[in-house]
Design a protein around this ligand. Structure first.
Ligand SMILES: CC(C)(COP(=O)(O)OP(=O)(O)OC[C@H]1O[C@@H](n2cnc3c(N)ncnc32)[C@H](O)[C@@H]1OP(=O)(O)O)[C@@H](O)C(=O)NCCC(=O)NCCS
Length: 234
């Protein structure tokens, strides 16, 4: 549906409306490019860090903290997107908090799919999903709400990715993998077919995951093994 509206918009160049990016991290630059390609009118970004206020990202201003969101909404900025990416499960929880706040405030939070990504027509994509350049989502995959699939990641057939989970760049989920809520699969990690990844788990960069991953655990290496909590800093 989104890809259909994308094609229509290229002909008419009609703005899809005003939108704000919530979180001015490095991830936000990639969202800006997708939003520009889709004729959204970006008013700027918000970020809790005062040191970023007045700065800009790709030419768009960091307007202030999240406290300005109600006034943006009442001035006609009806769209918002989650602007932070992340490198571990804790960041997935931060993405969850922002998403839930935006939904509670009645912002429209669109899904963002880079035009170079392939998303099977037999895949299902939930609200506010972000699928970046070159990612592949195969048939019968299910991506739930606020999922982030970074550049070049591959979600094979029949995978289920729960709310707020993140795949790092180039991560590969073989078929029928299940990733729990707010878990992070590191860049370049590979997860064997039919493995269950629990919730709020972190899979390190480059790991080869061959067994199920417990909730709240961190796994590292080839093959991936549990890393004791005290060995991995917060
Ligand atoms: C696993 C991870 C979360 C650990 O981060 P951290 O808590 O800062 O850990 P540290 O860098 O302090 O390293 C702790 C130990 O884990 C090891 N380690 C860290 N990352 C590792 C990895 N990817 N594979 C194997 N071992 C790793 C370190 O060598 C160190 O081992 P030591 O105690 O024997 O010296 C992090 O390295 C990681 O892989 N994050 C994912 C990043 C990512 O995918 N980003 C995606 C952007 S699109």
């Amino acid at each position: 549906m989104w890809r259909e509206s994308f094609r229509q918009s290229r002909g008419s160049r009609m703005s899809k409306g005003k939108i704000v990016i919530v979180g001015a991290g490095m991830h936000s630059a990639m969202l800006i490019e997708i939003l520009e390609m889709n004729d959204f009118s970006i008013v700027g970004l918000t970020d809790p860090s005062k040191s970023k206020h007045g700065a800009s990202v790709c030419g768009y201003p960091v307007l202030g903290g999240d406290e300005i969101l109600p006034s943006l909404l009442s001035s006609g900025v009806s769209g918002a997107v989650v602007g932070i990416g992340g490198t571990r499960a804790e960041a997935c929880l931060a993405r969850k908090m922002i998403f839930e706040k935006l939904i509670d405030m009645n912002f429209s939070v669109p899904e963002l799919i880079h035009p170079s990504a392939f998303v099977s027509k037999r895949a299902k994509v939930g609200r506010a999903a972000q699928i970046l350049a070159g990612a592949i989502v195969q048939a019968n995959a299910l991506l739930k709400d606020n999922v982030l699939i970074n550049a070049g990641a591959i979600v094979e057939h029949d995978c289920v990715i729960s709310n707020h989970a993140v795949l790092g760049s180039g991560a590969v989920l073989c078929g029928a993998v299940s990733v729990g809520e707010a878990s992070h699969v590191g860049a370049g990690a590979t997860v064997r077919q039919s493995v269950l990844v629990g919730r709020s788990a972190t899979i390190a960069m480059g790991a080869a995951v061959i067994r199920d991953v417990e909730d709240f655990s961190t796994v590292l290496g080839v093959p991936a093994r549990n890393k004791a909590k005290e060995e991995v800093s917060k």
